[in-house]
Design a protein around this ligand. Sequence first.
Ligand SMILES: Nc1nc2c(ncn2[C@@H]2O[C@H](COP(=O)(O)OP(=O)(O)O)[C@@H](O)[C@H]2O)c(=O)[nH]1
Ligand SMILES: [Mg+2]
Length: 453
Amino acid sequence: MKNFDANDIIYAPATAWAMGAIAVIRVSGEGCIDAISPDFKTANRKHSLSERPSSTATYGSLKNLDDCVITIYRGNKSYTGEESLEISCHGGLQTVKEILSYLAQKGFRKAEGGEFTLRAFLHGKMDLTRAEAVNELIKSRGEAGKAMALDRLNGSLYRRIESIRSALLSVMGKIEVQLDYSEDEIGEDLTFPSSEVILCISRIEALVKSFSAGRLYSQGARVVICGRTNAGKSSLFNLFLKQDRAIVSPVKGTTRDFLEAQCTINSIPIRLYDTAGFRDALEAEKLEDGIEKEGIKRSEELVDSADLIIYMTDASEPVDDSFDMSRCIKVLNKADIASEMSFKAPFDSYLRLSVNTGEGFNELCSFLSSKLEEGITLPLSGDPVIENERQKDNLERACSSLKAALDKEEQGLPLDLITVDIQEALEALGEITGEVTTDDILDNIFSNFCVGK
Ligand SMILES: Nc1nc2c(ncn2[C@@H]2O[C@H](COP(=O)(O)OP(=O)(O)O)[C@@H](O)[C@H]2O)c(=O)[nH]1
Ligand SMILES: [Mg+2]
């Protein structure tokens, strides 16, 4: 494991490394309050940090470096579950730097990414699903993903896993009782609580299924806008972002490389691409311009890796229907200047859009999100949703162990062989909550965190 000595006093900025009104620096470890107290001048001597009760904020001057507010937490009343404090100082980078170097001079250690949350886990303040939810909440973009992460932080997934675990423990109990008795009595009418195991499998499978929704709302999708040059792709890109990012121009071939930006569409985080646009194959052959050719090649590569493509056509020109892909939404743009004929069959299945007037834009957004949600099981309200591979892998492991147990029971194999599989399922579930854990597992989880969390 990394430099995770649990006895050190650690520190790190908890706010982003950027100029702001206030910055917060976290310090955690036994003895940190008394160590800082002599350097913190307050108006009233009775307000020295050492004298203050837990969960109070005190205003003062820290070593003349800055006037700040220090909030102290005693015992396990803190995030980390050990004595700690938070320094809220002025949010200039120079101030933050000076306070950080003051903390280093005190002999404290700079925290590793995720180390505060690791300590919270080690001190029993939260299980692993909640610890992971902290990070997932911070990284979330979009309402749905954020709500799901907050739900896990509040223990929805933990409670679900624990309830499946306790059902399996009761299965184990029922088997073990019989194994104990069968030594001296008849071993024939041993019963295996199959229906209980089947119920556990279906509850685990529901969690595995929730991954598709969890992933969509946390990681989002890649959406590529493509089509002929001048169709209005850059204009649409800007409309999605609500800002003028891409250059819009009546001159063909303005967008030569692709542009990439993030936005959310109906709560789905989207990585959006504006591409250079296709020209006729013939026209492309004739292109003297190597840069534009390269741009077109890159657009084609993006299309291959996209979750969804918005294929855009200028309705005011002869419509080209040669593009066909399943992950594609076809849009006829410039409805404001096109003749009504352009929207008749065979083009009546195209979405009618005018980037200039905004006509059809809401429909495009709803169509896009429902296309991305196709095949995804949306969770019933109140059901936890998982978004992380580690949890999914462990759930799948638990599931296949339980299925193996059912198989063995069907083949008439002895019960003690079957308990091995159930034990394995229990362990896989225990790894999700952190009941069962190794340094490697913890290292993997917490190294994904940012410093200060
Ligand atoms: N009338 C009209 N013009 C549009 C519309 N959308 C884009 N344009 C114009 O079409 C031209 C090409 O747009 P642009 O976004 O650069 O197309 P791109 O080459 O596909 O990126 C520009 O002059 C835009 O102002 C629209 O909905 N209606
Ligand atoms: Mg463009």
